[in-house]
Design a protein around this ligand. Sequence first.
Ligand SMILES: [Zn+2]
Length: 136
Amino acid sequence: MPPRPEAPRYREPAMALAALAQAVEDFFEEGYAFQVNQREIDETPAHLRSAALTAMLPARTQAEGFYAWVRYLVWLDGIRELAPSLVLTAAEAEGLAVLRRQRNKFQREHPPCHHCGMPNAEGEYSCHACLKEIKH
Ligand SMILES: [Zn+2]
């Protein structure tokens, strides 16, 4: 188990949860942008890749600590099935609830392609991965 990072805090707990929800959304949008631009990223020369990634990925909107916490929550979510007796802190349980809610929202807004299963932005006419028509 990696060391538990400290859950980011705000003076108002509701604000911390709102910031966490936004950081989770940013995290999913980054993953999606990476997937959409995968071919271009692979074809970019290694010395230009970092600058290309910065240009392609959406800007982060929260403090870095929130993204470290999101990465930890994603890891925790992944191992919970294997370790059902794992005792969660209140911050972890709250964080996992935010992660689940935001994941459901992302999946609603990025329905999978009927041909290849890759997520696409809602309303797209063709799949970014297999280029086939998306039926609405
Ligand atoms: Zn597809």
